[in-house]
Design a protein around this ligand. Structure first.
Ligand code: PLP
Length: 290
């Protein structure tokens, strides 16, 4: 099968060839990272949890005081992009809104659909080796420091990407950011979920300024369907060592079990992970071995 190609849809223009140049060199999204985005899972030819992602985009826009187009225009843009993607292929859709050109003018708004990295799909089955790394701020600081943009999904992801490179350079797959007062917060591109007995937990976004994960929220809201209750709590890495399992959850990778934290194996129950994955509707990689 040939690799699916990338799709590009630009607000006001619709789907254009994916290599079309369309962003100005003075766009504040490029020169300042001043803009917001959402990444969605595309399954069976549909964007998953579109409403939830558009709600979070609106929340990010408010935190950045950024004007974004009306929701109907964003939905139409997403629909155009997804319609150009082969329905039988799992994909990722990134919806981007920047503040637009420095000289003034409309925000730059576009959507890309692209294939999911094989590593991300494999992590659903094989799990992740994770290192803790400090984020350098106390857990409860960001709700009171709005300029730090806690809770907003901004285009300024260079620190997030640097964290992942640091993990890889140190032989791991991912990072668990920890507050300066010792609490586990989130990963650079995913939320932390853990299990203790029959309860699934995640970190409270409102109190900590982490990003409110749409996948973790869906999982906890539907936990009853797979026999669990749900709650929010602050947790330390040491406490995770005694939990009954932990995952990083995100829109495209889905739920990936954390197999080791700082080199120590965490509890791992493949049956529970399978239940979580089925509830969230993410397929496993096609090759069961290797
Ligand atoms: N936290 C951060 C910093 C993220 O970038 C992401 C991914 O977008 C998440 C959490 C998980 O959010 P979601 O489940 O909505 O993809």
């Amino acid at each position: 099968m040939t690799e699916p190609t990338r799709v590009l849809a630009v607000l006001g223009r619709g789907v254009v060839p994916a290599d079309t140049p369309f962003v100005r060199g003075d766009d504040l999204g490029i020169v300042r990272g001043d803009g917001i985005f959402e990444t969605l899972h595309v399954r069976d030819g549909r964007p998953w949890l579109l409403e939830e992602h558009l709600n979070r985009l609106a929340e990010s826009a408010a935190r950045l005081d950024l004007a974004v187009p009306p929701r109907t225009a964003l939905v139409e843009l997403v629909e155009q992009a997804v319609a150009a993607w082969p329905a039988h292929v799992e994909g990722a859709l990134r919806l981007v809104c920047t503040r637009g050109p420095e000289a003034g003018g409309d925000p730059t708004v576009f959507a890309n659909v692209f294939p999911i990295a094989p590593d991300a799909v494999r992590a659903r089955r094989d799990g992740l080796h994770v290192l803790t790394a400090t984020l350098g701020v106390p857990a409860r600081l960001r709700p009171d420091t709005p300029w730090l943009l806690g809770g907003a999904k901004t285009l300024s992801y260079a620190t997030n990407m640097a964290s992942l490179r640091w993990a890889k350079a140190n032989g791991a797959d991912d990072v668990l950011w920890v507050s300066s007062d010792g609490y586990a917060l989130e990963a650079p591109t995913s939320s932390l979920v853990w299990r203790r007995g029959s309860t699934l937990y995640t970190v409270p976004a409102k109190d900590t300024g982490i990003l409110a994960g749409t996948t973790a929220s869906y999982l906890l809201a539907h936990a009853g369907e797979i026999g669990f209750t749900a709650d929010e709590a602050l947790v330390t890495p040491a406490e995770l060592q005694t939990a009954d399992g932990a995952w990083f959850t995100s829109s495209v990778r889905g739920p990936a079990p954390i197999r080791t934290l700082d080199g120590t194996p965490l509890a791992y129950d493949p049956e529970v992970t399978a239940r979580v994955r089925a509830l969230l509707g993410f397929p496993l990689p096609p090759d069961p071995v290797g």
